[in-house]
Design a protein around this ligand. Structure first.
Ligand SMILES: NC(=O)c1ccc[n+]([C@@H]2O[C@H](COP(=O)([O-])OP(=O)(O)OC[C@H]3O[C@@H](n4cnc5c(N)ncnc54)[C@H](O)[C@@H]3O)[C@@H](O)[C@H]2O)c1
Ligand SMILES: O=C(O)C[C@H](O)C(=O)O
Length: 336
């Protein structure tokens, strides 16, 4: 009798200590927003997450109370306002940042710089202080500049690890997969298209020549398809007519990227996602490529592979714009 209950107890405590080792805390900054709320909902559904920390300058108590009733393991805590920022990030394994203003029709992503640069800088400062080993997944636009800002902040604090700061470009891949599946009548779940470069206009470079399964387009088809992928964000901004930009598809893409990071952290092999990271693959010091993810962020940058002549031209056009966007972010971080 005694030995049976002792056995039960020791199994229970073994399970508890395994689950302690397996704790994954994800913080979302901007959690009350158009992206933040559905992203937090999708993350709450992920059984691998044990703590979901929701930070925003408004409304997080309500969002957290609402999500906390969902019957999944993640404990949900809401934090509101700058006084609670560091508590929300403390101990996080991953910090996802969709904080900041979205575009309205007629605006470029770069037009968001004046507002969003300082928001990302301040969030990165807090992360560098209380969660320097966390992976950062930055969604806030302009991604081509906000990622270099966060990296500079981490460098200044002496805690920069280039394997752990990512700009989330997953939505570009999701769109490329969807549009190509539509064009070729394939199941979108079977299509995988790498999209490299950055996350705005001509810096978005879909590598359709590397699509899996392999697909063929005439030059007359390839050009408009590429432009549609590059301008898909604007397509949504126009359709929303002043009510913001992509939120639901971005929440899906952000959750996909975050859950891939978690799976890799937990030792699952062959987890590959594109991400905008510090890079020496091209002349641009930050560049998105397929990345093999591991226990500590990037295991290996998989590079750009063989480009078609059409894609080489896209790359040539993207580099000057990317370099300009990156410099703007770096200069801002060093000035302020
Ligand atoms: N990377 C991508 O592919 C991609 C896709 C879509 C949108 N975005 C970008 O994501 C950002 C957010 O878009 P959205 O539609 O969710 O906007 P939104 O306005 O609906 O939500 C933004 C949220 O950020 C919060 N916020 C503002 N300042 C903050 C601060 N200092 N700290 C914490 N939270 C703060 C706001 O209170 C709000 O809840 C925009 O910059 C948008 O351009 C990026
Ligand atoms: O287009 C935008 O402004 C938002 C986002 O970057 C997107 O690609 O949908």
């Amino acid at each position: 009798m005694f030995s049976k209950s002792f056995k039960k107890l020791s199994i229970a405590s073994r399970n508890l200590s395994t689950s302690r080792q397996n704790n994954i805390k994800v913080a979302v900054a901007g959690a009350s927003g158009g992206i933040g709320q559905p992203l937090s909902l999708l993350l709450k559904q992920c059984p691998l997450i044990t703590e979901l920390s929701l930070y925003d300058i408004v409304h997080t108590p309500g969002v957290a109370a609402d999500l906390s009733h969902i019957e999944t393991p993640a404990r949900v805590n809401g934090y509101m306002g700058p006084d609670q920022l560091k508590d929300s990030f403390k101990g996080a394994d991953i910090i996802v940042i969709p904080a900041g203003v979205p575009r309205k029709p007629g605006m470029t992503r770069d037009d968001l710089f004046n507002t969003n640069a300082s928001i990302v800088r301040d969030l990165a400062k807090a992360a560098a202080e209380v969660a320097p080993k966390a992976c950062l997944a930055i969604i806030s636009n302009p991604v081509n500049s906000t990622v270099p800002i966060a990296a500079e902040v981490f460098k200044k604090a002496g805690v920069f690890d280039p394997k752990k700061i990512f700009g989330v470009t997953t939505l570009d891949i999701v769109r490329a997969n969807t549009f190509i599946a539509e064009a070729k009548q394939l199941n979108p779940l079977d299509v995988k298209v790498p999209v490299i470069g950055g996350h705005s206009g001509v810096t978005i470079i879909p590598l359709i020549s590397q699509a899996k399964p392999s697909v063929l387009f005439t030059p007359e088809e390839l050009k408009p398809l590429t432009v549609r992928i590059q301008e898909a964000g604007t397509e949504v901004v126009k359709a929303k007519a002043g009510a913001g930009s992509a939120t639901l598809s971005m929440a899906y893409a952000g959750a996909r990227f975050t859950i891939s990071l978690i799976k890799a952290m937990k030792g699952e092999s062959n987890i590959i996602e594109c991400g905008f990271v510090q890079s020496d693959i091209t002349e641009a010091s930050f560049f998105s490529t397929p990345l093999l993810l591991g226990k500590n962020g990037i295991d290996k940058n998989l590079g750009i592979g063989e480009l078609s002549p059409f894609e080489k031209d896209l790359l040539k056009e993207a580099i000057p714009e990317l370099k300009k966007n990156i410099k703007k972010g770096v200069d801002f971080a060093n000035r302020t």
